[in-house]
Design a protein around this ligand. Structure first.
Ligand SMILES: Cc1cc2nc3c(=O)[nH]c(=O)nc-3n(C[C@H](O)[C@H](O)[C@H](O)COP(=O)(O)OP(=O)(O)OC[C@H]3O[C@@H](n4cnc5c(N)ncnc54)[C@H](O)[C@@H]3O)c2cc1C
Length: 313
């Protein structure tokens, strides 16, 4: 990954933090002052004090513990496709899992590390003639992000195929194996978004045997539909709001006359009103202001309280 480095970040005590991880120092990459806009699919965000890319779970856990000992703010992210990083940046350690991308297949069970892109998971399953992960094709996130968000599309979601996940519990320092019911899955919701804080290390999915060509054709059809309906030619974070029960959010926004409305470089997509796109120079402040406009208009017109899916980091 190429990253833009910015010099004006806060001087986080990187030396102290990294010295606590010496035993695994070779097992992660790091950089200071990486711009959020070079990490996120939205291409928005100021400097992140310290970014680390662990290559193993030992390194990931070691970084989490070091941040705790140093009292530094710390978050774990995947492909940053559902995130808005503020224009002022992120004053702490951001752990990016994109270098933890192992996977294996045992019979019809597919297991992957947290940083594997879900599209790769769909492709690996297809190549093994296993059906169940087709809906991942076209979602730009990682396994960790998808389990955390209970990502879904085209009538399927993570909770339909997941059997278990391995988690690091940041409070107890233990590695836990969570069964399906223990995930408390809801719409774009899981136990990973609740206290105590946990980090997805890996996840296992139960798939079924299928015909490779049929699986492949279905995946291609889903990708085609995305390109037809979504503004994939612009940076975005996908659907900004959760679906409101009984309504298509994009339709609500469209009916409110908000299609094409813009604040600075942020615009409600003309192609899919559920998306806010970055037309080139959008700031996080532009996106937040546009979200406020949409939320207030839908509340005033329809009495409906839209809930954000996009996460403000
Ligand atoms: C063009 C486009 C289309 C999209 N289409 C869809 C869609 O069809 N369906 C859908 O559900 N989403 C969609 N999304 C949104 C997004 O891709 C998903 O929410 C995805 O699952 C996020 O994964 P990520 O790795 O990018 O997570 P990130 O954005 O990096 O993080 C999201 C949240 O998960 C947490 N997280 C990430 N990894 C871990 C981990 N290992 N352990 C604990 N917490 C973690 C982060 O802290 C954060 O709170 C789309 C986005 C875009 C840009």
């Amino acid at each position: 990954m190429s990253c833009t480095i910015y010099a004006g970040y806060r001087n986080l005590n990187t030396k102290a933090l990294l010295s606590l991880t010496t035993s695994v120092a070779a097992d992660f990459d790091y950089a200071e002052g990486v711009l959020g806009k070079s990490l996120t699919s939205f291409k928005i965000g100021g400097p992140v004090a310290l970014v680390a890319w662990p290559k193993s779970r030992v390194a990931l856990i070691s970084l989490l513990r070091a941040a705790l000992v140093c009292g530094e703010r710390c978050d774990v992210v995947g492909a940053c496709t559902n995130l808005l990083i503020d224009d002022s940046g992120y004053d702490g350690l951001l752990i990016v899992t994109s270098k933890m991308r192992g996977c294996s297949i045992n019979g019809t069970i597919f297991t992957a590390e947290c940083g594997l892109p879900v599209e790769y998971a769909a492709i690996a399953a297809r190549d093994a003639a296993l059906s169940g992960l087709e809906f991942f094709y076209g979602i730009p996130g990682t396994i960790g992000g998808a389990v955390t968000m209970n990502a879904g599309a085209y009538s399927s979601e993570v909770s339909c195929v997941l059997i278990s996940s391995e988690a690091y519990n940041c409070e107890t320092g233990e590695i836990e194996k969570l069964s399906l019911p223990e995930h408390n899955f809801g719409y774009r919701m899981s136990v990973y978004r609740m206290a105590p804080r946990r980090v997805v290390l890996s996840a296992s999915f139960s798939l079924s045997r299928g015909d490779r060509d049929t699986i492949s054709a279905y995946m291609n059809e889903l990708k085609k539909q995305r390109w037809e309906k979504q503004p994939l030619e612009y940076p975005s974070a996908g659907s900004v709001f959760k679906r409101y029960p009984g309504y298509f959010t994009a339709k609500l926004i469209e009916e409110a006359g908000l299609k094409g409305v813009r604040v600075g470089g942020a615009q409600v997509s003309e192609k899919h009103a559920g998306f806010i796109i970055n037309t080139g120079d959008a700031t996080a402040a532009d996106v937040r202001a546009l979200i406020a406009i949409i939320t207030e208009k839908i509340r005033a017109d329809r009495g409906i309280e839209l809930e954000r899916e996009l996460i403000y980091l």
